[in-house]
Design a protein around this ligand. Structure first.
Ligand code: HEC
Length: 500
């Protein structure tokens, strides 16, 4: 008996290793040779449907600065000028890298299977923070941070590619308030909130990533014109979430295509910070659409998500504490095209379970719609087990082949940073990642901050320069010392004036 168990364990371990090797191979072509970064002609996407509309290549033709084990990446970034490449060789780096200039490529070099590793040792908050325009970050292993692995703060035209990100705290890859970006071929695991979090962005493609054992796999939040394609999202609490968080400066999510993804086994227990928005996601959620409009779900394989395969809901039901008069909380014009769905909803929990029992069912459906919303459609309703789709009509399209990318054909201009806009930009780009008006995110409700610091912007400047942990039920806020004094006071004044 004991031996059989042991044998089983060994076999399982071998199997997992084999799968790991397979996945490693597909994602990183780890042939043992030096990994040569993609040629310039391919720096934007390799279009999956048609090359004719692929985005213009991004070119870095400045100097190459080399960082070797034992040296500092940040020092090299400080020496770099726009157009330069910072090449980081294998080694372990314990640092936070800030990129506040434009057009820099931060490029890991993989030699004989060894990667450059950024290790925060659970002491540092963030691995890489960029605020510049046209930043690219690729080929890093990033682990054990407390805040974010790669966070963009209002940087446009970004590329985040081919990174492994494990246990980096709240978010993995988090471009905030950026336009025109590409997130591809990354693997992320063990993230407390969202592994890939596209927040308040426009025109972003999220392609060929693997996300597992996170609370949220891929999140498109308060963002527009996004493509989520060819990703493998498994064993998270929720697989792919397309929604609106109320209280943020950008009030809408719309025009999102979720296509050709594997969304399976998203039944992980929810380990989100208590009180945070994602901590309410029920385990077993495949794809969630909440208050987002014009979302198209096409050709995904969605299976074994125990609560439901696709859940469509409004803010009133999904996030009842939400209170933002400028957010329209209904999911409108959702289009469900052909998908393969089976074995979803086997073990619904909470309200969904109660609702099913009231309808004399123990199993939840593949597709579940609940609450408001108009104009939604589905191609072949009879293919799936559904609930609440009686108002769904027939879509006017049958595929999305005419949309190979949501990225723009040209680079967009950097976000403008005139003095008046500095406060707004800093708030949008940084603070809104954790603070919202009228609801709790990672940090306290902005309205509470306004009440505490009314007429006292200097008090906010002092706090954000040297935050103390004031509340038992909140984590510590990371210091914002990389901001200029000018930006600190501008954001403090902006925050105090902000209205929903
Ligand atoms: C990574 C998440 C995060 C980011 C980004 C963030 N905060 Fe916070 N903030 C927090 C958390 C968590 C708390 C609560 C800390 C506590 O009470 O212990 C907090 C608390 C605060 C407080 C309340 C202090 C008090 O006296 O109660 C202020 C003011 C504040 N943040 C301002 C800002 C500003 C301004 C920015 C943008 C420059 C910002 N925060 C960015 C997480 C964040």
């Amino acid at each position: 008996m004991k031996n059989t168990a042991k044998l089983f364990k060994i076999l399982t371990a071998l199997f997992l290793v084999a799968i790991g090797v397979l996945i490693g191979k597909t994602f990183f072509n780890s042939t043992g040779d030096q990994l040569i970064p993609m040629p310039n002609s391919m720096r934007y996407k390799t279009a999956t449907v048609s090359d004719s509309t692929a985005t213009k290549p991004e070119i870095f033709n400045g100097k190459i600065l080399v960082v070797k084990n034992g040296q500092s990446i940040q020092k090299a970034v400080e020496k770099a000028s726009p157009g330069d490449i910072v090449r980081v060789f294998p080694g372990t780096y314990h640092e936070t890298v800030y990129i506040d200039k434009d057009h820099i490529s931060l490029q890991g070099i993989v030699q004989n299977g060894s990667w450059p590793i950024l290790d925060g040792e659970k002491k540092l908050n963030d691995a890489i923070l960029y605020s510049g325009d046209r930043i690219s970050v690729e080929n890093f292993k990033i682990m054990r941070y407390k805040g974010n692995a790669i966070m963009g703060q209002a940087g446009n035209n970004f590329i985040i590619r081919n990174n492994w990100i494990i246990d980096t705290g709240v978010y993995g890859i988090f471009p905030q308030y950026g336009k025109n970006g590409l997130i591809e071929h990354n693997v992320l695991s063990g993230i407390e909130d969202a592994a890939i979090y596209v927040g308040m962005c426009d025109n972003v493609d999220v392609l060929h990533n693997e996300v597992f054992n996170n609370v949220a796999g891929i999140e498109i939040e308060n963002s527009r014109h996004c493509l989520v394609e060819n990703n493998y999202s498994h064993d998270n609490t929720g697989g792919i979430l397309i929604f609106v968080t109320p209280g943020l400066p950008i009030k809408t999510t719309f025009d999102v295509i979720v296509r050709n993804n594997f969304v399976v086994n998203n039944n992980h227990e929810n380990f989100g910070a208590p009180g945070s928005t994602v901590s309410t996601i029920p385990p077993g959620t495949g794809i969630l659409i909440m208050a987002a409009d014009d979302v198209i779900i096409e050709n995904n394989i969605i299976s074994n998500n125990d609560t439901g395969g696709i859940i469509i809901t409004d803010l009133e039901n999904g996030d009842p504490k939400a209170n933002d008069p400028n957010v329209e909380g209904n999911p409108d014009r959702v289009i469900i095209l052909d998908n393969l769905m089976y074995e979803n909803g086997n073990h619904p929990i909470g309200e969904l379970k109660a609702l099913m029992l009231a309808n004399l069912k123990t199993k939840a459906p593949d597709i579940f719609a609940y609450g408001g919303g108009v104009g939604s459609t589905i191609l072949d309703k009879n293919k799936y087990r559904t609930f609440g789709l009686s108002a769904f009509g027939i879509p006017s399209i049958s595929d999305t082949q005419d949309v190979p990318t949501m990225m723009l054909p040209q680079l967009v201009a950097p976000r403008s940073v005139s003095k008046e806009q500095l406060g707004e930009l800093t708030y949008f780009g940084i603070c809104a990642g954790c603070h919202a008006m009228g609801s709790r995110l990672i940090g306290v409700d902005t309205e509470i901050i306004q009440a505490i610091y009314a007429g006292n912007p200097e008090g906010i400047v002092d706090y954000i320069s040297n935050p103390k942990n004031l509340r038992e039920d909140y984590p510590e806020m990371p210091p914002q010392n990389y901001l200029t004094e000018e930006a600190k006071i501008a954001v403090a004044e902006y925050l105090l004036k902000l209205k929903n």
